[in-house]
Design a protein around this ligand. Structure first.
Ligand code: BES
Ligand code: ZN
Ligand code: ZN
Length: 496
């Protein structure tokens, strides 16, 4: 799908569909919508007066052959109350409009931003919304949804003077959405098509073409480095583990400035190991590498956006299988940090591989750590698919991340990390145990475990178990992988 900026007057645009958005207020026919109303001989006002067009959030009004416009169709999308309107709403409107029109075999779309909205941010979010909405999980279908492809989108409503800002936003939005879709593609891959080895190859290929430094540690190197926690999970599988390390190190990075470590859980399939999961729904555990894929996607975006800060991405990758050599409940393992772990449940494997991941990122020089992981079923119980669970050891750093989440329209909710929870993982026979000895607070317990390996570095853990996968399609996003977290993390790094 091609996406460009358009400065021609919208009435003259020859497109399959001209799209704009309408607010829910007593007189919704204002500004540019009022111009369209006049051009179409009072059509919009008539629709508003009849009650068909109300401006309610994501209400669609499709008008065919609108008089006075060159466009074949006019689509007006409800944007809700004007006071509540922001860039997150605009992104969703653009995405929902794209999916609505795509389903109707439309080929070309012009998205008209409203008066006052022709700026860099609008172009960015419209681009992000449209490109993310275009993503489909049909790679392995031999018969594609034939013909249903939007070929071009133009972002309209910009004057010549506003073109430079618009172009800038558009190219930023393209980088971010394409990186998000890159991550979603990885997440979608089934485990027979994406082993730790293949994931590492794909990450390496991306890093090389983006000009990033990359190193793939194989099982031999992982053993030499004594990453015992990662190895303990990997030993149950015939597929060898990988530790993927991608570094972005700009010449502009100043000494004394934070070095950000991004660590992502990449379990390419989680059977639970010997503490095996029920078969119902187990197929979904191919997305247990979403945290790792998201971090790799973030690096792809950073390579193009070029922030002034060094970023080290560390992705431990393995399968969690109940093979003959698999670790068993009660086994004691020594992590890279030297801490001993009693593995009471082999299904709590994400925290094990992240223990070595965060520790290694620190060793490589990261001063600020952020991990993303599909870590617990408990976060799904607490927050469902609505919010990412956020856990942090340093409030100013966590606040910075929450601000980035807000700015990029990704919903995140901070969860507690009180010292009292430390008691729950205190070991009886080893230093710590990988599950709680008590009941409740499962997501916090998982976070507390990872914290053990972060020393005194500011650290944030994102539990994306509930949000990395959409069980149902949204109006603006297909069913399947979401790539959640990527926009927030890119924004956070860019803000340094
Ligand atoms: N990968 C799962 C968590 C998960 C659950 C991801 C649902 C996506 C959707 C993780 O490895 C796991 O199995 N966690 C256990 C931990 C428990 C044994 C303490 C869980 O949440 O049940
Ligand atoms: Zn598990
Ligand atoms: Zn898992």
């Amino acid at each position: 799908m091609q996406i460009t900026l358009e400065t021609k007057p919208y009435a003259a645009l020859e497109t399959d569909a001209l799209v704009s958005y309408v607010f829910e207020q007593s007189d919704s026919v204002q500004g540019r919508i009022s111009e369209i109303d006049q051009a179409t001989g009072g059509l919009v006002r008539r629709l508003a007066q009849s009650g068909e067009l109300t401006g309610k959030n994501l209400e669609f009004t499709l008008i065919h052959a609108p008089v006075g416009l060159k466009a074949v169709r006019l689509l007006l999308v409800g944007a809700g109350k004007r006071e509540q309107f922001n860039s997150a709403t605009l992104r969703k409107i653009a995405g929902a409009a794209l999916r609505y029109l795509k389903a109707r075999s439309v080929k070309s779309v012009a998205f008209l931003v409203r008066e006052g909205d022709a700026n860099e941010e609008s172009a960015q979010v419209v681009t992000e919304g449209a490109l993310a909405a275009d993503f489909e999980s049909d790679k392995y279908k031999t018969e594609k949804k034939n013909g249903k492809n939007i070929e071009s989108v133009s972002v309209a409503g910009y004057s010549d003077a506003e073109r430079a800002a618009g172009e800038k936003g558009l190219s930023k939005g393209r980088v971010i959405a394409e990186s998000q879709n890159f991550a979603r593609d990885l997440i979608n891959e089934p485990s027979n098509k994406l082993t730790p080895t293949i994931l590492a190859q794909k990450a390496e290929a991306m890093a090389k073409s983006a000009g990033l430094y990359v190193e793939i540690l194989d099982e031999k190197k992982i053993s030499e480095l004594k990453m015992g926690a990662l190895l303990s999970v990997a030993q149950g599988s015939v597929e060898p583990p990988r530790m993927i390390v991608i570094t972005y190190n700009p010449p502009s990075a100043k000494p004394g400035v934070p070095v950000i470590g991004l660590i992502g859980k990449a379990v390419t399939f989680d059977t639970g190991g010997i503490s095996i999961k029920p078969s119902e729904g187990m197929e979904k555990m191919k997305y247990d590498m979403a945290g790792g894929a998201t971090m790799i996607g973030v690096m792809r975006a950073l390579a193009a956006l070029k922030p002034n800060v060094k970023v080290i991405c560390v992705v431990p990758s393995t399968e969690n299988m109940p093979g003959g050599r698999a670790q068993k409940p009660g086994d004691i393992q020594t992590a890279m940090s030297g801490k001993t772990i009693e593995v009471l449940n082999t299904d709590a494997e994400g925290r094990l591989i992240l223990a070595d991941g965060v520790y290694y990122a620190k060793q490589l020089g990261a001063t600020h750590l952020i991990d993303a992981a599909t870590l617990t079923g408990a976060i799904v119980v607490a927050l469902a698919g609505v919010n990412v669970g956020v856990f942090g050891s340093d409030q100013p750093f966590t606040d910075k991340l929450l601000a980035s989440a807000k700015a990029t329209g990704e919903k995140m909710w901070q969860m507690p990390m009180d010292d009292e929870y430390r008691e729950f993982i205190k070991g009886t026979v080893a230093d710590i145990q990988n599950i709680s000895s008590g009941k409740g607070a499962g997501a916090t317990i998982g976070a507390m475990f990872i914290k053990e390996f972060t020393g005194d570095s500011p650290w944030i853990h994102l539990d994306i178990a509930g949000t990395a996968w959409n069980d149902d399609a949204k109006a603006w996003l297909a069913k399947g992988p979401t790539g959640v977290g990527l926009r927030t993390l890119v924004h956070l790094v860019m803000s340094y």
